[in-house]
Design a protein around this ligand. Structure first.
Ligand code: NAP
Length: 309
């Protein structure tokens, strides 16, 4: 085998990929962790994590990533800033194509995570970065003393709207139903926060502005009433899409495009495992991503041992 043949290639360096790296490195496997953007994935843009065990006072996504990264590096994990363009899992040797070379491996762990879904309304594309954001940690400080909108009713929309209120004077939380999807504890905090006004049964139909975004058009889906909100920013938190473009049809996915796996985190292809938000899973948390990843890494270790023997 060539120098670029690995026991295991791990795609994605969020909590799942980093954990898989820690387990695989401690098992003595020859591994490489590939990350196309920043180590940490979505938790980098999470201002505060209070449900990951071991940190009774909570901690920022950034701090948790730094701790996981230094733990991975402590065990000798190499992280390369490379984007996987495509893969070929048809043979026993798995091929992972980067822009300028092909890596091969006996096993692969896909931990490529998920990205925020777009709303798809007129004006959205034009104002991304000019008033539209999906990252409160990055952009909330720009809205000190201002009025902003937030769209969605899940954990992200609710948790991040609460964070926005540390800066903004008022947050309109626009949700398409009359009930939030978010966890009860987060819902209770939103209901108790007098800076947040929830617009129930409401959808955004358009965003507009002269220089940057300054208007969000909202329609009540029950009454048909329309409203024009004067805001300086609009945060979109309407769910996530799996980061699987590079996979083509290499592994089986569910109707939402999330990767299907068995209890050992093995995908439809022997030797290819999955962990974290990109998996078809009932719960997407740091705790579940790291649990998936521990199983995936041990499964990959067993698979590689079997192939070698
Ligand atoms: P999510 O749970 O899928 O929620 C998406 C929200 O956007 C839902 O309220 C949904 O409305 C709404 N929505 C979807 N499409 C829409 C559209 N076209 N127009 C208007 N609204 C739309 O996504 P998420 O909040 O990003 O969370 C993703 C995962 O990460 C979840 O598993 C979540 O639990 C997890 N997470 C956990 C935490 C935490 O534990 N603190 C924090 C962040 C995220 P409906 O409710 O009507 O479907």
């Amino acid at each position: 085998m060539s120098d670029t043949h690995y026991d295991c290639l791990i795609i994605g360096a969020g909590p799942g990929g980093l954990t898989a790296g820690i387990y695989a490195a401690r098992a003595g496997m020859k591994i490489l962790l590939l990350e196309r953007t920043s180590v940490g994935g979505q938790i980098l843009v999470t201002d505060f994590i209070e449900n990951y065990p071991g940190f009774p006072k909570g901690l920022s996504g950034w701090d948790l990533v730094e701790a996981m990264k230094s733990q991975a590096e402590h065990f000798g994990v190499t992280i390369e800033n490379q984007e996987v363009i495509s893969v070929d899992f048809t043979g026993p040797v798995k091929k992972v194509n980067l822009p300028d070379k092909t890596l091969t491996a006996t096993s692969v762990i896909i931990a490529s995570g998920a990205s925020p879904r777009k709303l798809g309304v007129p004006g959205e594309q034009k104002f991304i970065g000019k008033g539209i954001s999906t990252c409160a940690t990055c952009d909330a400080p720009f809205y000190r003393g201002k009025v902003v909108a937030a769209v969605g009713g899940g954990d992200t929309a609710v948790q991040e709207s609460l964070y926005l209120t540390k800066f903004a004077d008022k947050v309109y939380l626009i949700h398409r139903r009359d009930q939030l999807r978010a966890t009860k504890i987060l819902q209770d905090r939103v209901f108790a926060n007098d800076k947040i006004e929830i617009l129930w049964d409401s959808v955004v139909t358009k965003v507009d502005g002269l220089f940057g975004l300054d208007k969000v058009f909202v329609e009540n889906v029950k009454t048909g009433a329309t409203r024009e909100l004067a805001v300086e920013g609009c945060f979109m938190w309407v769910g996530i899409l799996p980061n699987t473009d590079f996979l083509g049809d290499a592994v089986a996915v569910d109707e939402g495009g999330f990767i299907i796996a068995d209890a050992r985190m093995q995908t439809s292809v022997p030797g290819v495992f999955v962990a974290g938000d990109v998996r078809n899973t009932p719960l997407r948390q740091v705790a579940t991503a790291v649990g998936d990843a521990a199983i995936a890494a041990v499964s990959a270790e067993h698979y590689v041992e079997q192939v070698k023997s």
